[in-house]
Structures are given as structure tokens and as C-alpha cells.
Design a protein around this ligand. Structure first.
Ligand code: BG6
Length: 517
């Protein structure tokens, strides 16, 4: 048997399946109303609406479903649809735009002008929704400080039906205290099963593929521990700057914006024990165990185990770019970090004594997200002329983006007569070559999982709080020891201190150029 498509692996997917899409991309979802608060925001136009359009185009969405944008701007339905159309044209590849599909998609969209904190607009929203008992998703793409108030308004306006769910965009809070408050306030209105805390990294194909790699192959598990693995690196490098989000970013910084959520969630999937089945609570319980076993970085350790950086003017792809302090919306003397690298451990039986290095930054040399699993060297060399150190240890590189794939670095014999010469070669699994189909955006999967009522790929309340609990001493340490970000030139791999941090341990960052580019 060549291939078997294991479909609907999540038991929760059984709920709400109403057919199969003509394109064979899984089940269509039941008709829904998606209400997007922050309906004119960057995320809505850049990600949410283009992703909904793609699922619609793939035949996954029932055509009676509705999308309602809600925000303070005064806009007619027509004016809103015009902006949606502009956003689709800007953010989707040309070959995915089809006039008939666009027209039909726009027909599903309407707009409500609404004051999230005041009285205006709520009656209109109620009238638009009517008393339908279809799935109702309230997507809060707003600042987190109004998550609680919006939920209270939803309750007061009697808009919550039996099939309502709420989606909370990250960041959930600014620190542990604010995260707890938000979770508490939202929890007063919605049950935990109806709260979907989104981390779009969990919707990425290659991040989910980590589960397949680890738990659908017997090959890796016996080696997946500190006895055979020397260290693990997780890098999320971006070439973009703050992209007009200066106001938000300057108050957040890379640790809050990326490490607290995306990097720690990926690390959980790398480090967790096999769950008994791919079911929501089983997976979340295992992730939670990793978060609560994270070796704390105490305040006084921040100088040795973390590096903060901030980009200065430089060049990306040969084009000059300004430094962080010259970006719009950034305070002139800001000490917000746009880069962070750190070293941590997982204090449990499997990982004891083995470091995990995490690194993320904006305006770095290339856009690359990857997990690098560095195995230990062979214990003894049988090859004349090669010491065991000269036999390069195996390295498994899981490339999350771009060019998703898995590369296994191995020692091989160089072909040809004469002495036995060894060389490193790479076994390469490229997803795009293997599966010749469009790789959906992470949001496409997650937006429909909300409708399906499938929360496996979303964060549970305790996960978010545990992640903040681990992050907080780092933030406190930076403040207490006045650790200002070190400058790095845009287009490089961050401050030299980040290289020094890993080199102190006689290791180096895996910065090889993507073999597919
Ligand atoms: C978001 C961050 O969550 O993730 C952004 O707020 C970041 O700052 C983005 O650019 C990265 O996502 P992706 O999918 O482009 O890697």
C-alpha cells in the first residue's frame, strides 16, 4: 500500500461535519456567522479575510455563512466590501483570485459600526444576527485590554447562543497579571471549551507535521532524549521590520511578541511526551507538563542566558532599510528589543541537562523558521584517519518556513576508489516536491477549527499563564540589571553577543543558507 490518507485525525472533527469539500481538502463546516471585532484592523485585512476567502474558494464553507466586520469606523456595507476586495487583491496570489468567487464571497460580508466599550451599534449587531441558532464565532482581533469588556457587552446584549465561541488573538495580556485578569473576565462569560486562544504557529502545516514526524514514525523516539541529542535550537527569523505596527510593538518587544507564545508552543511540541491520543486535553496536558518543567531563568541569570538586540539601519535583500528607532510609531529612545536569544532547559527525565536555544528577531539575514536537533557524535571512530570528533554528528533540521521540509545531515562515503573518504550529505524531504498542492495559510485551518469546535490547536488557559510565569523573571531581570538591547545591523543574524552566548558552550547557531533557494 503506497499511501493512506489519515483523515479527521482529531476526534472532535466528527462534530459538525456536514459534507466533504469538492476539492477533497477535508469536511465542509456547518453554516456560521463570523463576527470580527477589529474588523478594519491590519490582521483582519492581511490574514483573516484572505484566509476565509481561501477556505470559501476551496469549497469548505457553506455559502449561507456570513462574515460581519465590526469596528468604530463609519462605513457602509459597500465601502467595507470595497476595502475587503482591496485587501484580497493585495494579500493573495493573483492565480487564487477569481472574479465569480470574489463576488460570491463579498456577498457574504457585511459591516456593523460599533463602539466596543459604549452603547452604540450593539442593537444593530443584534438585529443583523437575529435569533439564528447556527455557530456564532466572535473573533476579538483587538487590543487585549478590551477582551473582557467586549465579552461582557456580548452577554448584556444577549448575543451569545448555545453554539457561540470566542477567539482571542495574541498577545493575551502584557504579563502574568493582565493575562490572568483577561482569562478571568472572559471566563465569566464563556466556558473554557468555547474559548479559542489562537497561536497561529500551531496552524502551520510544518508545525503540525512535527506531531506526525515524532509520533507516526518509530525511528525517532528512541533517540529523542538528552542521551542521544546534544542540544536543540529553535529559530524564528524574520526579514520584515515592525511593518506599521510600531504602536503595538514598542510596548511588546520580541520576548512578549514571539517567545511567550510561538517559540514556546513550538518547543512544547518538540519536547512533550507522546499523548495517549491526538485529542484536545491529552495534547494540552502534555504541552502543559513541558511548560511547567521549563528551567527558570532567574533574574540574576539574564546576563548569561539571554541576549536582547535592536536593529539599526542596514540592508535587506540589497535594499537599504531604516533602524528601529527611525520606524514610525517608535519612541526616539526606545529600549524595546527586536531580537532575543536565550538558553533554557526542560527539567525532566527525557531532557535533563540538555540545552534548548531559542532565537527570534526582526530584520535578520533571512526569513527562516526552523528547529535544529543536533545529535551527539558517535562514541568511537572505526575509520582510519578520522577521530570521532571528525565524524560530523547527525543533525535533523525541521524547516517550518519557507520551503517546509525535513533535512537529515548524515555522514556518507564519498564515491570513488582509493581510501574510504567520508563526507556529510543531506537527506532532503521537501513538502512542496512531495505533495504538489497549495499549502494553506495557518489561519485557514484555525479559523475553521473554531467553527468545528476543535480546540486541539489552541492554547488552554493554564498554558498561557504558565508561559507568562516563565517569561516574567526575564523581563524583571532585564529591568533590574538595566539590560538594554544591543544594536545589530539590519540584515545580519543579530548582536554578536548572541553568537558569543552559544559559543561559550562550544556550539554555534545553525545559519546555513536554505538549500532550496
Ligand atoms: C505575529 C507577530 O504573531 O507573528 C509578528 O505579532 C510576527 O510580529 C508574526 O511578524 C510572524 O508570523 P509568521 O507567520 O509570518 O512567521
Amino acid at each position: 500500500m503506497a499511501e493512506k490518507a489519515v483523515q479527521n485525525g482529531f476526534p472532535e472533527f466528527a462534530a459538525g461535519i456536514s459534507g466533504t469539500s469538492p476539492q477533497g481538502r477535508g469536511p465542509t463546516v456547518p453554516p456560521f456567522d463570523y463576527i470580527i471585532f477589529g474588523g478594519t484592523g491590519d490582521l483582519t485585512f492581511r490574514k483573516l479575510l484572505p484566509s476565509l476567502y481561501s477556505t470559501f474558494r476551496d469549497g469548505l464553507v457553506d455559502r449561507s455563512s456570513r462574515i460581519i466586520g465590526a469596528s468604530r469606523s463609519a462605513l457602509s456595507d459597500e465601502a467595507y466590501r470595497t476595502r475587503v476586495m482591496e485587501a484580497l487583491s493585495r494579500h493573495l496570489p493573483k492565480d487564487e483570485m477569481d472574479q465569480d468567487d470574489c463576488r460570491a464571497f463579498l456577498a457574504q460580508i457585511s459591516y456593523v459600526e460599533l463602539d466596543a466599550l459604549g452603547q452604540a451599534g450593539w442593537e444593530n449587531l443584534a438585529a443583523t444576527l437575529g435569533d439564528s441558532d447556527r455557530v456564532r464565532v466572535f473573533y476579538l482581533a483587538t487590543s487585549p485590554d478590551i477582551f473582557g469588556p467586549i465579552c461582557r457587552q456580548l452577554k448584556n446584549a444577549d448575543l451569545i447562543n448555545d453554539k457561540s465561541r470566542v477567539v482571542l488573538e495574541k498577545p493575551i495580556g502584557h504579563d502574568l497579571g493582565t493575562a490572568r485578569q483577561i482569562n478571568h473576565d472572559v471566563g465569566q462569560v464563556f466556558d473554557e471549551q468555547a474559548i479559542f486562544r489562537i497561536d497561529h504557529y500551531l496552524g502551520k502545516e510544518s508545525v503540525q507535521n512535527l506531531l506526525a514526524l515524532r509520533f507516526a514514525n518509530a525511528l525517532f523516539d528512541p533517540l529523542w532524549n538528552s542521551r542521544y541529542i546534544e542540544h536543540i535550537q529553535i529559530t524564528v527569523a524574520e526579514t520584515v521590520g515592525v511593518e506599521g505596527r510600531g504602536g503595538y510593538y514598542d510596548h511588546a518587544g520580541a520576548l512578549r511578541d514571539m517567545v511567550q507564545n510561538h517559540l514556546l508552543q513550538v518547543m512544547c511540541l518538540v519536547a512533550m511526551e507522546p499523548p495517549s491520543q491526538l485529542a484536545t486535553e491529552a495534547v494540552r496536558d502534555e504541552k502543559m507538563k513541558v511548560l511547567s518543567s521549563l528551567g527558570p531563568i532567574a533574574r540574576e541569570e539574564v546576563l548569561n542566558r539571554t541576549v536582547r538586540g535592536q536593529y539599526s539601519a542596514g540592508a535587506i535583500g540589497g535594499q537599504p532599510v531604516v533602524g528601529y528607532l527611525e520606524e514610525p510609531g517608535i519612541t526616539a529612545d526606545s529600549d524595546t528589543e527586536t531580537f532575543v536569544s536565550l538558553k533554557t532547559e526542560v527539567h525532566n527525565w527525557r531532557w535533563a541537562g540538555m540545552p534548548f536555544y531559542l532565537r527570534t528577531g526582526k530584520r535578520l539575514a533571512t526569513k527562516t523558521s526552523e528547529i535544529v536537533v543536533q545529535f551527539r557524535a558517535v562514541p568511537h571512530s572505526i575509520f582510519p584517519g578520522y577521530s570521532s570528533q571528525e565524524l560530523l554528528p547527525n543533525k535533523l533540521v525541521i524547516r517550518v518556513q519557507p520551503n517546509e521540509g525535513v533535512h537529515l545531515h548524515m555522514m556518507t562515503k564519498e564515491p570513488g576508489p582509493g581510501g574510504l573518504r567520508l563526507r556529510e550529505a543531506v537527506l532532503n524531504l521537501s513538502f512542496s516536491d512531495t505533495f504538489k498542492q497549495r499549502s494553506p495559510d495557518a489561519y485557514e485551518r484555525l479559523l475553521l477549527d473554531v467553527v468545528r469546535g476543535a480546540p486541539t490547536l489552541f492554547m488552554r488557559r493554564d498554558e498561557v499563564e504558565a508561559a507568562w510565569k516563565w517569561i516574567e523573571p526575564i523581563l524583571d531581570g532585564w529591568q533590574e540589571y538595566n539590560v538594554r538591547p544591543k544594536p545589530y545591523v539590519a540584515g545580519t543574524w543579530g548582536p554578536s553577543a548572541s553568537v558569543a552566548m552559544i559559543e561559550r558552550d562550544y556550539r554555534s547557531w545553525h545559519d546555513e543558507v536554505d538549500p532550496e533557494r
